[in-house]
Design a protein around this ligand. Structure first.
Ligand code: CP
Length: 305
């Protein structure tokens, strides 16, 4: 039985397979409409979500399956003190697969050890968000046609942004990828990712605070929200939250075939005026998320179509 806790649980070949299945689902949705007939997905969300939870639910419905679950810790017995381990043991009696989001780093891994069914990490604290990365990868492949030889700018909260951490790990496995890590000094990529991922993989990277200076060299610009919920101190959040605001003047020197991604939700970091720019791909990215999650559910349930 396979779970997905960390994007590195998947080989490059498996990611290629998921991207390929997701593209086939987009082209031939009817072929998959009953693939999960009789199967149930539980969505256990101990932390707020719009896209991840609803796209998982839409994914399961479009595969012909059913969905159960909760959307906040308050509406589950976690509020009475039940542990993640006990919750998951119970829910694996009711569902065939579980997607779980939790504010504590490592909670989905604990869940996996106690579960009788596959666990999908739908975001754990400031750590990882592997299915967002799958959505990001599908978007990059759809829009750029490749993963190799891309210069990827990651901008904003690179410290707490779990989607940044997972995408950085995933893309570091492709040849010719260069990262430009754009953040305030206080929100730099955690050192363990530099030491344990980028350096061993021999990936080229630069760290900078200046988005406009590096804009002309980027093939992909991955904007992120400053993660208010992970700050210990409100004053620091208020000081840092508007460090980067992407607007049309800042894109003047950008490549014509740049793609702009954002895992969403956005707050101020991309001006609404950018939404009409053909390079803005963040709403398409949210749509692609549903298709790649469909592909992932099929893979973990070992259903072949
Ligand atoms: N991208 C993402 O994880 O969005 P939600 O928090 O709305 O699920």
């Amino acid at each position: 039985m396979r779970s997905l806790i960390d994007i590195m649980d998947l080989t490059v070949e498996e990611i290629d397979g998921l991207v390929s299945t997701a593209k086939d689902i987009m082209e031939n949705p009817a072929k998959y409409a009953e693939a999960c007939k009789g199967k149930k997905l539980a969505t256990l969300f101990f932390e707020p979500s719009t896209r991840t939870r609803l796209s998982f639910e839409a994914a399961m419905y479009e595969l012909g399956g059913h969905v159960l679950g909760f959307s906040s810790a308050d509406s589950s017995s976690a509020s009475k003190g039940e542990s993640v381990a006990d919750t998951v043991r119970m829910v694996s009696c009711y569902a065939d697969i579980i997607a779980m989001r939790h504010p504590k780093e490592g909670a989905p891994r604990v869940a996996m050890m106690k579960s009788g069914v596959p666990i999908i990490n739908a975001g754990d604290g400031g750590h990882n968000h592997p299915t967002q990365t799958l959505a990001d990868l599908l978007t990059i492949h759809q829009e750029k046609g490749r993963f190799e030889n891309l210069t990827i700018g990651m901008c904003g909260d690179l410290k707490f942004g779990r989607t940044v951490h997972s995408l950085l790990c995933a893309m570091s496995r492709y040849p010719g990828v260069k990262f430009v890590l754009i953040s305030p000094a206080e929100l730099k990529v955690p050192d363990y990712l530099i030491q344990d991922v980028l350096i061993p993989a021999g990936v080229e990277y630069v760290e900078t605070t200046d988005l406009e200076a590096v804009m002309p060299e980027l093939d992909v610009l991955y904007m992120t929200r400053v993660q208010q919920e992970r700050f210990f101190n409100e004053a620091d959040y208020l000081r840092l939250r508007d460090s980067y605001i992407l607007n049309p003047p800042k894109l003047v020197e950008a490549k014509k075939d740049l793609i702009i991604l954002h895992p969403l939700p956005r707050v101020n970091e991309i001006a609404v005026a950018v939404d009409d720019d053909p390079r803005a791909c963040y709403f398409k990215q949210a749509l692609y998320a549903k298709y790649i999650r469909m592909a992932l559910i099929l893979k973990l349930l070992e259903i072949e179509v």
